[in-house]
Design a protein around this ligand. Sequence first.
Ligand SMILES: Nc1ncnc2c1ncn2[C@@H]1O[C@H](COP(=O)(O)OP(=O)(O)OP(=O)(O)O)[C@@H](O)[C@H]1O
Ligand SMILES: [Mg+2]
Length: 300
Amino acid sequence: MTTADLRDTDGPAAPSGKAPVVELRGAGKSYGNIRALHGVDLAVRPGEVTCVLGDNGAGKSTLIKIISGLHQHTEGAFLVDGEPVRFSTPREALDRGIATVYQDLATVPLMPVWRNFFLGSEMTKGPWPVRRLDIARMKKTADDELRNMGIVLDDLEQPIGTLSGGQRQCVAIARAVYFGARVLILDEPTAALGVKQSGVVLKYIAAARDRGLGVIFITHNPHHAYMVGDHFNVLRLGTLELSAARDKVSLEELTNHMAGGAELAALRHELAQTGGVDIEELPEAGDLQASTAATPEGKS
Ligand SMILES: Nc1ncnc2c1ncn2[C@@H]1O[C@H](COP(=O)(O)OP(=O)(O)OP(=O)(O)O)[C@@H](O)[C@H]1O
Ligand SMILES: [Mg+2]
């Protein structure tokens, strides 16, 4: 799969100019006297993928916790459809169409796929005293919805725990789409996945975008972000280091921001100042391994 594959199909190439569904203006969050997030501006528009990148502890989870209703911002403003909001529970965010797919998916591993698809929102039939689960309709709907998203599973009766991590992410994405999400937040959906499965998840991120959802895609991986992203936000120590539309930033620049290019150069410089370390003479990682292996007193 190439970088262009998921982008140049039919998704909008440039920001659509549509009004943002979700917006942060100078938003921040302090936990006591720890300032986890500060002065963040972010806009999530329908039919676009907004990527949030950053190293460990950069504030990515804090950012999405504010939007998904788990935490409240302590500075700035948070708007949904242009109206300032302050959610006190994830349920309130969900009622406004903001759905979050967490890495540790809230599924029941031993229950069938279709049961998990409807978990907590089961379809029923019959009048009140004899109301029961409408199993046939749930199975049919889950099957249709998964197919609509291009997800083909052999058997919806199989326990969801038997699916691969990537497939489970896909079911969670299809579920959010079916239950009417307008904004879909994905917290590192590809972090634990191999190359192929990551590709599959990226495909469904693109499918959700093409259905008009605003997607917030949290990731460590600039390559994954660049395959589907329309806008890129790089967090560093709680503030936005970069916020750029796709046509304003290249994959190289994005990778450089993520790798902390400036920081590495500074470290090299610092090492050069330290007496006794000649960085030009430092062996490459490969050489180092070879010489360790050759050392007679090295444990085997
Ligand atoms: N509940 C909390 N109480 C105090 N400090 C917190 C809390 N949650 C996060 N922090 C701090 O806020 C900062 C940002 O954390 P956050 O979890 O948002 O980072 P992250 O970008 O999601 O990192 P990772 O990639 O490791 O998931 C960190 O310094 C963290 O220690
Ligand atoms: Mg996190």
